[in-house]
Each structure stands twice: as structure tokens, then as C-alpha cells.
Design a protein around this ligand. Sequence first.
Ligand code: MSP
Length: 510
Amino acid sequence: MSLAGRFYITTPIYYVNAEPHVGHAYTTIMSDILARHHRQRGEDVFFLTGTDEHGDKIARAAEELGRSPKEHTDVISGRFRELWGTFGLSNDFFIRTTDEEHKTGVQRVLERIHAAGDIYKGSYGGWYCTSCEAFYGEDDLLEGKLCPEHRRPVEWVEEENWFFRLSAYRDRLLALYDQTPPFVRPAHRLNEARKIAELVEDISISRANVTWGVPVPWDHDHVVYVWVDALLNYYTALSYARPGEDMTERLWPADLQVLGKDILKFHAVIWPALLMAAGLEPPRGLFIHGFVLKGGERLSKTTGNLIDPLPYVERYGIDALRWYLAREIRFGEDGPFSDEGFDGRYHSELANEFGNLLNRTVSMISRYRDGVVPADGGADAELAGEVAERVAAVTAAFDSVDITNAAEEAWKLIRRLNQLVEERAPWVLAKDPAGAGQLDQALMTLAEGLRIVAILLWPYMPGSSERALAALGQGEGPASLAAAVWGGGRAGATVEPTAPLFPRIEPAES
Ligand code: MSP
């Protein structure tokens, strides 16, 4: 997946028409998990997120609130940035499409496409959905008048526009989809992209009656279509994200772009064609995830069933939210978000299976061995072998961008260690001096197994994993995957008893 030890990963940039919700947090947290795993591999990771601030949809949202577009975007973009900060997300830059450097970058790329002869003037009439910022054909509409994504009335828009010769890229797009490793994952989404590309037509890439946008460089009566402006963020950011350094050469093309299934067409079809037209390489891969559902419906402003992630984080902690989203929703599929599901996983998995295991291990080492983790009391060959298998399985799952499976593989180790506590019953061994060797071995095995599990789980729950490592006397900081080998920890470590990682939480008053 990554070449030359670098890994450039992006999230879509979020519309600033509404406050951040769990759907946005989902995309960003999943990308953060991937970014952190790749950092653990020692790769040179660059993780980008940001906000999509131009277009009619945003201008209208600002107007409804009696704000200028600029005032409005400053406020909402600020909320996103602040929330990601509160959540401890590890993005390396936060791009705003209103950044001057981005706007200049968009114009530069557009000029290249224009010079290549792939932009022409034409007139177009179509049904426009402002929520999607996209045109639809008559046949796409629901009941002849509603947008298929938002089920809201579309508007007839007819104007003279600048067009991009997308149809000329059909064969190159189809060839891109045949590449290995696959350009689009999961596999069924690749087929979807293929179907769209087969029928692709030229698209309008400017708007004449919209003013909130980037001016078309050779025709200031038009602004660049907001999707073209937005997609280019992935490329323009590299030129100015680090002051005094242009990272484009080093980091382009992106290694992995994460996005929801609603915006597949823009990313899998229009985006690579735009890049090809500009003489740039398409990204190495896209991962298309599903929707977070509430009561079976996608969270969205339009359906009015948004969930604010902040109360969950305040109540259970950010690691609990990260874990719930990664576990509950198979990455690539739709999945539910519910209070019962959240609370259930928090208590059964995090508090009981992981938190308790750590507490029991640390307190037994304190009680029976004065806090010092026994040295290898005879290698536990079976467990060492199982650990190596789990580490390999987690890494392989991450190679195929399977966040859910990687979590399952890591969790198997927690289950195995819990089983081991019951099997070896250290409290029984402790009663009999003849059992001292076996007790050493059991305690060492638990400490070592937990150390490795904490490393594997670090991308999912960085704060809790670091606390677990500290409690095991293994120091702090993001442990590298290279240390996830049996016997790879600090010898003679002293455990540091700690408050429960995941304290029990009383049910919310309803
Ligand atoms: N601004 C465009 C993206 C431009 S990228 C060049 C956009 N913004 S969005 O705010 O509407 O959505 C951004 C991302 O959030 C998308 O990947 C979308 O799928 C995701 N989600 C929004 N609601 C979601 C759910 N309910 N569930 C999962 N992800 C969802 O589209």
C-alpha cells in the first residue's frame, strides 16, 4: 500500500452548512486509526482533513443565519477544527477551501486542464440538488422531482458553463479500475465505479450564477464548480501545509483516500479523470465506507436525525467512541449507532474484558511479586506463537484497510488472556510455594500478552493503550509495532497500579 515508507491519507473535507455530527466523526476517526497504525509501522505519515466551504449550499446556509459566507464558514470550520482537537485526532493539517493558497492552486490546475484542451464552453440544463451540489438526469429523480440522495426537490438550472471532457477519459478510467492492488475498495464498490464510468458524459465545471467560489481564471464571470474546487484540496494542501516546504513531490499521489459511499462518483470517476487531464497521477487507492445509521436511517441534516458525538465523549471518553464505531460498523458497510449498543460494548468489552484484565494482572503482580514483572519463567511457547499469529493477522487486515477485522484479531488476544487467567488461576498457585515457577510464568505471560495487545490497540484507543503500557511499567508513548514481539518489552519492569481504564458508568437518566 505505501511506497518508500510514506503514507499520505485523507478524509473528505466537510461541508460547513451544518455542525459536525457522528457521521463526520466516523470518517475522521476511521482515517485517524489508519494513520496511527501506519505511524506505528514507522512510515512517514501525512494525514489531511479540513472543510469544504464554497458553493451555493454554504452561501444559502449563511444567508439563513443572517451571516456573510465568510463569517459563517469561519464559525463552522472553527467548530470542526476545535472538535477534532478535543478528540485528539492526529491530522497533520486542516485545510480550508477558502485558504488563499488553495484557491490559487485550484486555478493553476484548472489552467493546465484548459491548456490541454479538455475544457470547453457549452450550455447545459439539468436538475440540480443543492444538498449534493450536483446535477441529475430526469431518470435519476425520485417521483420525477426529488433528489435520489436527499429526497428533496431539485431545481432546474440552465446556463452557459465551462465543461470538462470527462467522456474522453472513459477508457483510462476503466483501465485504472483493473489495476492491482485495487483502486477502489471494497470490491463491490469497484463495480459500482465501473458502471458509472461506462456511461460517463462530460460535466459542467463552472457556475455562472454563484459568486461564493474560486473564479475561473480565464473567465471571472464564473466560479469553479464546488466539487472540482473541493477535490483539488487533496493536492493543493501539500504545497502549503508545512510553511516553507512544498511536499507535493514527496507525497503525491495520495496513498489512501477514505470517503463515504454517497460521494463515490466524485472520487472514483471525476477525480482521477481531472488529475489525468492535468498530467497528474491519480491516488493509489480509495476506501469507500458505509453510513452510520440511526433507527435504520442515515444521519443527515436533511432527515434531521443528527447525533452530536460530544456528549458520548464527555460521558465515556473518546477511546470508547473510537472503539464503538470501529467495532460496531463493519468498515465498508452501513451499521447502527445506538445508546444501548454503545453502553453495551463499553461495559462488556472495554470495562470487563480489557480494563478488568489489566487491573487483575497489575494487582496480582503487585500482591504476589512486589510489583516486579517476573522474568521469563520458561517461555510460554504456545502463547508466544499465538501472539505472533495475531500480530500478523492485525497487520494483514490493515493492509487490506479492514479496520473492523484488525480490531477483532487484536481482541482475540484479550479473550485468550482472560481464558488464561481462569485456566492458570494465579491465586491458587500463590498459595503453594511449589507453584512459584508456574506463578512467575503465568504473571509474565499476562503482562507480556497485555503489553502486545496494548500496542495493537493503540490506533483504536491511543490514550487508554498508553495508560495500559504505563501501568505495565512499559513507559509511555506510542509503541512501535516492531516492539510487538514476545519478550520485546522492558525487562524487570515494575507495574504502576492505575485507576480503572474504563470505569463503570451508570445508565443515563432518560
Ligand atoms: N464536502 C463533501 C466532500 C468533499 S471531498 C472533496 C461532502 N461533505 S459532507 O460533510 O457531506 O460529508 C463528508 C463525509 O462525511 C462523507 O464521506 C460522508 O459520507 C460522511 N458522512 C456524512 N454523514 C455520514 C453518515 N451518516 N455516516 C457515515 N458517513 C457519513 O460530502
